[in-house]
Design a protein around this ligand. Structure first.
Ligand code: ADP
Ligand code: UDP
Length: 236
């Protein structure tokens, strides 16, 4: 499988067409952004870690019955994925208060919820990815009711599987963002990535942050944190 022309360059990845009309190649970059692109930087080696980690996690999720876009890892930074039309939603699941939840609702970080929460943001950079509910999703014709139900079901299942998986590595899965897409036949699959860019990971014992918050908040040790999660995932 070879890369043909670049179709898109995002903040963290590039997307290429391939000779197979049903497949894309995504290439993971070391570029990092935060606060809707206001803060920019690079995290050395991040692209390699995120590529590998996302692929590992997607394969685990497939084993648990969640369909994903993953096809084949072809290099350190490149993966063949099924081409989808992205559902323009950021699907966010939270187990513990942090980030915008703590800020918006005026609570401290670290409150463990009795039940996980789900929220949707409308993926639209110009609007700043505003929070919307499932009625808004239907009103805006972003997805159908049954599709939202499927997305919710998959998102909570992803949470159950990953929470348990990370727990074994002494990592608390605090919150994360998922993106879904439609295959040409209309089937919904999990797409994009699952990595320290898109999840909050805290060491279960020390509560040390092992994710992109180290970059967002200038905490230092960003590269080490990404490597540490990868090291634990690989059982080293
Ligand atoms: P952003 O667009 O937010 O800057 P990225 O740099 O990660 O994000 O760019 C990757 C883009 O590719 C995102 O817009 C994402 O929605 C999209 N994408 C992810 N997986 C697929 C896929 N399987 N098919 C088509 N597009 C995808
Ligand atoms: N997230 C993401 N992309 C976004 C917004 C959020 O991957 O555009 C992830 C983020 O890494 C965190 C979770 O979604 O794991 C919840 O983020 P939150 O709403 O708290 O926003 P933030 O604090 O990042 O502004």
């Amino acid at each position: 499988m070879e890369k043909l022309e670049q179709l898109y360059e995002g903040k963290a990845k590039k997307v290429y067409r391939t000779s197979d009309d049903a497949l894309y190649i995504v290439e993971y970059k070391d570029d990092a952004t935060a606060f809707n692109g206001l803060k920019k930087g690079t995290i050395a080696g991040k692209g390699i870690i995120n590529n590998k980690m996302s692929n590992m996690l997607m394969q685990i999720l497939e084993k648990h019955g969640i369909p994903t876009h993953f096809v084949e890892e072809i290099s350190d930074r490149e993966t063949v994925v099924k081409k989808v039309k992205i559902v323009p939603l950021e699907v966010i699941i939270r187990n513990v208060s942090a980030g915008s939840f703590a800020k918006n609702y005026g609570v401290e970080e670290g409150i463990v919820f009795e039940e996980p929460t789900i929220e949707f943001s409308y993926k639209n950079d110009d609007l700043g990815d505003p929070l919307i509910n499932s009625y808004h999703v239907i009103a805006l014709k972003l997805a159908k009711k049954e599709e939202i139900d499927t997305i919710k079901k998959y998102a909570f299942k992803v949470n159950e599987v990953l929470k348990e998986y990370f727990k074994k590595m002494n990592i608390d899965l605090i919150d994360f963002k998922l993106e879904f897409g439609w295959l040409p036949d209309g089937t919904i699959v999990l797409a994009d990535e699952i990595s320290p860019d898109t999840c909050r990971f805290w060491d279960s014992t020390t509560k040390e942050k092992l994710d992109k918050d180290r970059f967002r908040r200038d905490l230092g040790g960003v590269e080490d944190a990404y490597q540490e999660v990868m090291r634990r995932l690989l059982g080293e």
